[in-house]
Ligand binder design. Structure first.
Ligand code: PEP
Ligand code: MN
Length: 268
C-alpha cells in the first residue's frame, strides 16, 4: 500500500479511483454544487456585511472576499489585511456563511486558517512551492487557482505539493489563462474542465469573473462551465459594482447573481 502511495501522483485519476468529496459541515464539495460569491476585496464592515446578507438570502452558502490582495500593481489597494480577517469573522458569525479567502504567503497561513473555511491560493501563487508545502500540513480545504500561464500538468503538480503533504482536500479552479487576444482580461480555458475531469478525481470549479474581466460575460461563461460539468463557480459581486474597492469591471450586481442562481436551480 505504501509503495503504491509513493509511486502514484495523488491528484491523478489512478489514485484513488473515486471522485474526491470534501465535507465542510453540512456541505459536500464534489457532490453539492459549490457556489461561492462575494467581493473581490473585503471592504469596510458595513458594506461587507450588507452584501454578505444579500448573498445569504439567495441561498448561497459560501462567501468570498480577499483580506490580503495580490494586486498586479503595488500602487493598487492591497487589502485590509488583519482587519479584513476580523470583518470576515463577523460575516461568518452574523450570516452563517462559510468563508473563502486568499492566503498570499506562508506568514499569514495560520491567521487566515482561523477564519477561512476554504483557503484560496491565487493564480500568482500557484508556483509558490513553500506556500503549497505549508498548506499540505493544514486541515482546511484549499482552493487552488490555475497559474495564468500554467499547463494542466503544471497545475496538477502544484496540487500534488498540497496532496503529498497530507492535505487531500484540494479544489482546482480554472480562472483563465494568458493568450494572444485581449478582448477579455484572460481566456477561460473551457476545455480544461472536461480535461481535468478525465485526468483527476479532484473537484474542479471555474472563476468567470477573473477569466473575463467583463461583467457582461460572467453569466454566459458560468453557463458554459455548467454545461461541461463544473463542480462549482466563484463569482465577484457587489450591490454597487462601480464602487467596489477592486475589480469593478468584472463585478456583477446582486440581480445578475440572482439570475444565475435561479437559472442553476431551474436546471436541477
Ligand atoms: C481573486 O480571486 O480576487 C484573485 C486575485 O484571483 P486570481 O488569483 O485568479 O487573479
Ligand atoms: Mn478580484
Amino acid at each position: 500500500m505504501f509503495e503504491e502511495f509513493e509511486k502514484c501522483e495523488l491528484g491523478f485519476k489512478k489514485y484513488p479511483k473515486q471522485k474526491t468529496k470534501i465535507i465542510i459541515d453540512d456541505f459536500i464539495v464534489g457532490e453539492d454544487f459549490l457556489m461561492i460569491a462575494g467581493l473581490c476585496s473585503v471592504e469596510d464592515e458595513e458594506i461587507t456585511l450588507r452584501i454578505a446578507e444579500q448573498i445569504a438570502q439567495l441561498g448561497i452558502k459560501f462567501f468570498r472576499a480577499g483580506a490580503f490582495k495580490p494586486r498586479s500593481s503595488p500602487y493598487s489597494f492591497q487589502g485590509l489585511e488583519n482587519k479584513g480577517l476580523e470583518i470576515l469573522a463577523e460575516v461568518k458569525k452574523q450570516t452563517g456563511l462559510k468563508i473563502v479567502t486568499e492566503v498570499i504567503s506562508c506568514e499569514v497561513v495560520e491567521a487566515v486558517a482561523e477564519v477561512a473555511d476554504i483557503l484560496q491560493v491565487g493564480t500568482r501563487n500557484m508556483n509558490n512551492t513553500s506556500l503549497l508545502k505549508k498548506l499540505g500540513k493544514q486541515h482546511k480545504p484549499v482552493l487552488l487557482k490555475r497559474g495564468m500561464a500554467a499547463t494542466l500538468n503544471e497545475f496538477l503538480m502544484a496540487a500534488e505539493y498540497i496532496l503529498s503533504g497530507g492535505n487531500e482536500k484540494v479544489i482546482l479552479c480554472e480562472r483563465g489563462i494568458r493568450t494572444f487576444d485581449n478582448h477579455c482580461r484572460f481566456t477561460l480555458d473551457i476545455a480544461a474542465i472536461p480535461s481535468l475531469h478525465l485526468l483527476t478525481h479532484l473537484p474542479v470549479i471555474v472563476d468567470p469573473s477573473h477569466a473575463s474581466g467583463r461583467r457582461e460575460l460572467v453569466i454566459p461563461l458560468s453557463k458554459a462551465a455548467v454545461a461541461v460539468s463544473v463542480d462549482g463557480l466563484i463569482i465577484e459581486v457587489h450591490d454597487c459594482p462601480d464602487k467596489a474597492y477592486s475589480d469593478r469591471d468584472q463585478t456583477i450586481d446582486i440581480s445578475m447573481l440572482k439570475e444565475l442562481v435561479d437559472w442553476k436551480i431551474q436546471g436541477e
